[in-house]
Design a protein around this ligand. Structure first.
Ligand code: ADP
Length: 704
């Protein structure tokens, strides 16, 4: 019995030691211990030695559990202590701190002994303490986690700090909030950095806006005098007003070259800034690649010829891409222009296009000096030019930067393959347009003997389409002559002199895009209105090449007859344009335009501002107006609106000639309400003459 009593005493001592070591031993543990002791006593009375062994084993297990708990608690304590975020626990009733970790001490600047047992009002200024207490209450009342993005506190050592806090209540077994746990981050530096970033962004946006405004104002201010510089030096070069000696010729040439360089630089900078500001909008249509190849090659061939370079192009005639035709031309001009510029005399340049799946890949390959691999990406940076480039090759270093962005705006990619000494190949991709197969039909030369009615020449190589057009026109009383061999169309039109020509686009061996300029430039046929009737939905391109009306197939009879009538009405109304009013506030520009037109045989009167233009219009309405948009007092837009709303002036053709950077809305408005839109930053003289010929032939259409 003594033995058992000794054992029990020993067990009791050990138990007490464990209990002492763990202040917060759970009540259940105590109960277990009590049970063990009670069991032990009972056992002593029963006096079974085996029972003693059982108790001993139970006791050892119990001690191990308690040690395990101690270890876990220690582990959790050290996790909380070492977490870099501030962690604190407050009593839910008093809102006094019951526990804080090291990060909390560091930020607040008080030791834990200074914090424990205190609430916010004991530590922080009144206003901050009220805020903290209000948030604590909100958490305890809602019973949910609360995220407080910014909690300002005045700390002991670090001054004002901003915390991002998250607080959540801890509940007792009855579901009552017992504690409030907070985890906070000191976000003072982060907030300062964020604010600095926002300020920098606003600043950048402000300067960008200022840059845009500056550029668009300056573009007008710079382009206007530059146009005069270039225009008058052109006039002097022609020696119309007396011969120039060699030195004078050289000097005038320098003025002209310098002016052109400056104009190109200004245009490039403006283009780039417009693209970067996201203000460049594309007018996407289906663009026949070969037509644009021919156009660009024709424009640049004289430069290649000057350097005795071979310039070849291959593109299948029915390959079309989805692109903005003006911008596609700009891309091609840049790449082909570079190839010619940087390839030495006698080199070879190839322009090719092929369809690969649903994209068109266009390549400009040259036999020039090539570009070293380490430079191949840098050349696309704005203003970057290679030092070893062709000596004296002019340029701004902006061409490729603009070209790359333009291609990307189309959803394509611009790339380069090149080796030093073996030439370069710049390639880009565009989405393809599926073009239907062209049905080739053999036809005989038509009978030109037709009656006295209004003769219409239908140029169409597809018999079914020709039949439809013929029957619509015949039923409306027109005499129809069919031309199913487009290569004879100009001759037939010259011979027949029809009232109107209808023209298909997709034809062989000559397509409508090739035929239209021929019809419009041949003096025998230039005045005949042309209605394009096609499956190709590109009225912009049609207008550019001189089409008077544009109808997309399938043809509706009513639309065809209305277009026909419009052409005939215009034709009946207008004879040759003689009197032109030039409205332009810049004196040299006004003088230059007047001079340029007078040289072509037009009678020109001028107005230097909007008010003078209104007076002239009221006194003696001209047959056509050339209108600048930026004018003092009454703007070009206001003049246009006034003239279009009055019955006497509504039908007077207006050509806008401007250097203004137009928005999409302004462009749309002008395309609807004027008869030609010419930009001073582009070579406008030739286009103006072409458009005047079109008006002289008198078929303008405003409502295409
Ligand atoms: P720019 O032609 O006005 O100098 P670009 O941006 O078009 O500007 O071209 C940047 C540079 O890339 C050129 O200055 C030239 O050094 C190089 N480069 C462009 N195209 C070619 C080419 N086809 N062959 C050799 N070098 C070229």
């Amino acid at each position: 019995m003594n033995e058992i009593n000794g054992l029990l005493l020993e067990m009791e001592n050990e138990e007490n030691a464990v209990l002492r070591a763990q202040n917060q031993a759970a009540a259940s543990s105590a109960r277990n211990a009590a049970l063990l002791i009670a069991g032990g006593i009972a056992f002593a009375f029963v006096g079974v030695p085996v029972g003693a062994l059982f108790i001993r084993r139970e006791f050892v297990q119990h001690r191990q559990t308690e040690e395990e708990k101690l270890r876990t608690n220690h582990f959790l304590d050290s996790v909380i202590e070492n977490i870099p975020s501030m962690i604190f626990i407050k009593d839910a009733e008093t809102l006094k701190f019951v526990r804080v970790n090291r990060a909390c001490e560091d930020v607040v600047g008080y030791s834990r002994s200074e914090l424990i047992g205190k609430n916010a009002h004991d530590i922080f200024p009144e206003e901050e303490a009220n805020f903290l207490a209000a948030k604590d209450k909100e958490v305890l009342e809602s019973g949910e986690l609360l995220d407080i993005p910014e909690e300002p506190i005045h700390t002991k050592k670090k001054g004002l700090r901003i915390l991002h806090a998250r607080k959540i209540p801890l509940f007792d077994v009855n579901g009552r909030a017992q504690f409030l746990v907070g985890i906070s981050e000191d976000i003072t530096e982060l907030k300062q950095a964020r604010e600095a970033l926002v300020r920098a962004k606003e600043e950048a946006e402000r300067s960008n806006k200022f840059k845009d405004q500056f550029l668009s104002t300056m573009s007008h201010e710079l382009r206007t005098p530059l146009n005069a510089v270039i225009g008058f030096s052109d006039l002097l070069t022609e020696e119309q007003y007396g011969p120039l000696n060699d030195r004078q010729k050289r000097y005038v040439n320098h003025i002209r070259t310098g002016g052109k360089h400056l104009l190109r630089l200004i245009n490039d900078i403006l283009d780039l800034s417009k693209i970067q500001a996201g203000r460049l909008q594309l007018a996407i249509e289906s663009v026949p690649v070969n037509v644009w190849f021919t156009d660009v090659v024709d424009t640049l061939r004289p430069l290649a010829d000057k350097k005795s370079q071979t310039l070849v192009e291959h593109a299948s005639s029915n390959l079309s891409a989805r692109a903005d035709s003006t911008r596609l031309k700009q891309i091609l001009m840049n790449l082909l222009g570079n190839a010619i510029k940087f390839t030495p005399e006698g080199g070879r340049i190839e322009l090719a296009a092929q369809q690969i799946g649903d994209i068109v890949r266009i390549e400009v390959r040259d036999s020039g000096p090539g570009i070293p691999p380490e430079e191949q990406q840098r050349i696309f940076d704005a203003f970057y030019r290679l030092c070893q480039s062709e000596k004296g090759a002019e340029g701004t270093g902006l061409g490729l930067a603009i070209t790359r962005r333009l291609v990307e705006l189309h959803g394509g990619q611009l790339g380069i393959e090149s080796q030093l000494g073996s030439g370069s190949c710049f390639y880009f991709t565009l989405p393809v347009v599926a073009t239907p197969e062209v049905q080739k039909t053999q036809g005989s030369r038509p009978n030109l003997e037709v009656g006295e009615g209004r003769k219409i020449l239908v140029v169409e190589d597809d018999p079914a389409a020709a039949h439809i057009l013929q029957s619509h026109l015949l039923s409306a009383g027109y005499d129809v002559v069919l031309c199913n061999q487009p290569q004879h169309a100009v001759e037939m039109a010259a011979e027949l002199h029809p009232s109107v020509v209808t023209l298909d686009i997709v034809m062989k061996p000559l397509n409508g895009w090739e035929l239209l300029p021929n019809l419009k430039s041949d003096p025998r046929t230039a005045t005949i209105p042309v209605i394009v009737v096609t499956i190709v939905d590109q009225p912009g391109m049609g207008a550019l090449l001189g089409a008077d009306e544009y109808i997309v197939k399938p043809v509706e009879k009513a639309a065809l007859l209305t277009a026909m009538q419009r052409c005939l009405d215009h034709r009946g109304q207008i004879e040759r344009i003689q009197n032109i009013l030039v409205v332009e506030d810049d004196t040299p520009a006004r003088e230059f335009i007047a001079e340029f037109l007078s040289k072509q045989g037009y009678n020109v009167c001028t107005a230097a501002d909007g008010a003078e233009a209104l007076t002239r219009m009221a006194a003696l309405p001209p047959e056509l107006v050339i209108l600048d948009l930026i004018l003092p007092q009454v703007s070009g837009f206001e003049l246009l609106a006034e003239w279009r709303s009055a019955s006497q002036t509504r039908d007077i053709p207006v050509f806008v000639l401007t250097s203004k950077d137009l928005t999409r809305e302004e462009t749309d408005y002008l395309l609807k309400n004027t008869d030609a839109l010419l930009r001073k930053q582009e070579p406008w003289q030739e286009t103006l003459l072409r458009q005047l010929q079109r008006v002289a032939s008198p078929v303008l259409t405003r409502e295409q």
